[in-house]
Design a protein around this ligand. Structure first.
Ligand SMILES: Cc1cc2nc3c(=O)[nH]c(=O)nc-3n(C[C@H](O)[C@H](O)[C@H](O)COP(=O)(O)OP(=O)(O)OC[C@H]3O[C@@H](n4cnc5c(N)ncnc54)[C@H](O)[C@@H]3O)c2cc1C
Ligand code: SF4
Length: 521
């Protein structure tokens, strides 16, 4: 049959794109299905107004929240998935994150695999995605068998000053591990030009380590791998016993088609993969595919995230701001012995990005001044897997995302810690006054937190585990109830830690890839 494949992978982001590159050399007939197209290469890629103010690349799809209010999700449907737009901060989870951890707001559950199980794949992923970093600096980093493949991205003077100040206060600031193809020793040959439009933007010169450039594109050099773009997977059908996916029903350029594969891998992102399984309910799987346990769509996590602008009279002329991180409060401190989370940076804010996310708080010139003087911190704390935080479908099969924030105390503590630290900085080299007086915290959007529509770190909706009564996937990320369905996007996380998720998704896809290779041989 022409439409039959050995493996079909649905979605080409961090999970799907990475898995494709792993399986490509097997010679198996592999199809990648992607609902979006390639990100168009155009000057708007690097336009803050186009990207942040006008949402040029963001999906126009509408979801709703649990009260029926419309939700415009900040997510992107393209070859490479959300990695085309990510900030490429590529962290390993801490080894403790794989075990149970007590938080002030509850318990973060253990994973069915240990850090040691994933360690070799973290290394592979760091090499595949050209991670730059320096081992030994981050006080919470897990043991690694190999050094980073590339040296850490250096700090610009203002960030170096901040790093020195943090160190002076007894902290251990470190270089953020970053997936950008930057060669600081040979700038003339470097693909990356270290620009100010990286986090949130596609890379016009293909120098970001995204899943298209380093996953899908290399996979497509193999003749046994094909990619269907603009192809939306509507539903998965099962055979009579309900144990096998027998058909994949897609809509390609408005026309329905049916495909099939020995192995089917869903990697649509945590929200869309859950929606796909729920849409695929049938007589054998009345609550949705692989959902005998009832967990599919539940335990949605997206991190407790906020942006904090530290604005002072001291200018911040930094171009590439994401080079510094702080994990001293990740597991707590003497004053608060519970996890607080991770502090790093977003890309440098400018007038348009501030205007794009802000209510009309200030006229344009004030935003411009603010952009020129702010240090733009990104704070992440762990949210805990609550079964009522979930993806469901409305009667038209549109996505409904229900979410009630939890575990916020640690996050508030983290805020206070950072504020306190910023009030103790050294004098501004330009003006001589306390550099950070006048600091205030403000969310990029409204209020103090990234709102529900900010689903960048989505995970947890099809959790893996040993017990089929409390998880949908087994430890190999195969559905407990189906013999040929796997999930390799961020859905599988039973808990999310407080560092960015993409490297863990990539590493896990490589791990599942090894399992699939063994299974197919
Ligand atoms: C602005 C931004 C900044 C970020 N910064 C970082 C960072 O610095 N570090 C980090 O670790 N993470 C970051 N992230 C998060 C990171 O991008 C995601 O964790 C990661 O991309 C998730 O991988 P995934 O495979 O789960 O899903 P995705 O990468 O979202 O891929 C899912 C793919 O499935 C496709 N798809 C969905 N539904 C269907 C369907 N029905 N049929 C066919 N195809 C479908 C989508 O189009 C998409 O291509 C950021 C995200 C954003 C948006
Ligand atoms: S050139 Fe470098 S800094 Fe600029 S978007 Fe590309 S990868 Fe990011």
């Amino acid at each position: 049959m022409n439409n039959h494949y050995d493996v079909i992978i649905i979605g080409t982001g961090a999970g799907g794109g990475t898995l494709a590159s792993k399986l490509a050399p097997t010679g198996k007939k592999i199809l990648l299905i992607e609902r979006g197209d390639y990100v168009p290469r155009e000057k708007d890629n690097w336009s803050s107004a186009a990207v942040n103010l006008h949402g040029r690349y963001q999906t126009k799809e509408k979801w709703s929240d649990r009260n029926g209010n419309e939700l415009h999700p900040h997510t992107n449907y393209y070859v490479g998935g959300n990695t085309k737009f990510y900030g490429a901060a590529l962290f390993r989870l801490r080894s403790e994150d794989f075990g149970e951890i007590n938080h002030y707001g509850g318990v973060s559950p253990a994973w069915p695999i240990s850090y040691d199980d994933l360690e070799p794949y973290y290394t592979q992923a760091e090499y595949q995605y050209h991670v730059h970093g320096q081992r030994g600096e981050d006080p919470t980093e897990p043991a690694a068998k190999c050094p980073y493949p590339h040296p850490a991205v250096t700090h610009e003077p203002r960030i170096q000053q901040l790093s020195d100040d943090f160190a002076r206060l007894g902290l251990r600031p470190f270089h953020t591990p970053l997936g950008i193809m930057l060669d600081e020793n040979n700038p003339h040959a470097s693909k990356c030009i270290r620009c100010n439009t990286c986090d949130g933007f596609p890379c016009l010169v293909s120098a970001k380590s995204d899943a298209q450039v380093l996953g899908v594109d290399p996979a497509l050099t193999y003749p046994n791998v094909t990619l269907m773009t603009n192809t939306y997977v509507e539903r998965l059908a099962t055979n009579f016993s309900g144990r096998q996916i027998s058909k994949i029903i897609v809509k390609r350029d408005g026309v329905h088609e049916e495909l099939s594969a020995d192995i089917v891998v869903a990697s649509c992102g945590a929200i869309n993969s859950a929606a796909l399984l729920l849409r695929s309910a049938n007589d054998r799987h009345p609550e949705g595919l692989a959902n005998g346990s009832g967990v599919v769509g539940r335990h949605y996590m997206g991190h407790v995230n906020s942006i904090m602008l530290a604005v002072s009279r001291c200018p911040n002329p930094t171009v590439f701001q994401k080079s510094l991180s702080l994990n001293d409060f990740y597991f707590g401190d003497d004053e608060f012995p519970y996890p607080m989370g991770h502090i790093s940076f977003v890309g440098k804010m400018d007038r348009d990005s501030l205007r794009g996310g802000a209510p009309a708080i200030a006229p344009g010139f004030a935003l411009e001044i603010m952009g020129n003087h702010s240090l733009d911190f990104w704070l992440t704390s762990e949210d805990l897997p609550d079964p009522e935080n979930r993806v469901t479908l409305d009667r038209n099969a549109n996505i409904v995302l229900s979410y009630q924030p939890n575990n916020e105390t640690g996050h508030k503590r983290l805020h206070s810690k950072l504020k306190h630290l910023m009030q103790q900085q050294t004098a501004c080299p330009v003006h001589g006054h306390e550099c950070h007086q006048g600091l205030f915290a403000r969310n990029l959007f409204v209020g103090d937190r990234i709102p529900l529509a900010g689903v960048a770190h989505q995970n947890g909706t099809i959790r893996f585990g040993k017990d089929p009564n409390t998880s949908a996937l087994d430890a190999d990320c195969k559905a407990h109830e189906l013999d040929n369905l796997y999930v390799v996007d961020g859905s599988f996380f039973p808990s999310s830690g407080a560092v960015n998720p993409a490297l863990t998704i990539m590493a896990n896809a490589l791990r599942v890839g090894d399992h699939l290779i063994r299974r197919m041989n």
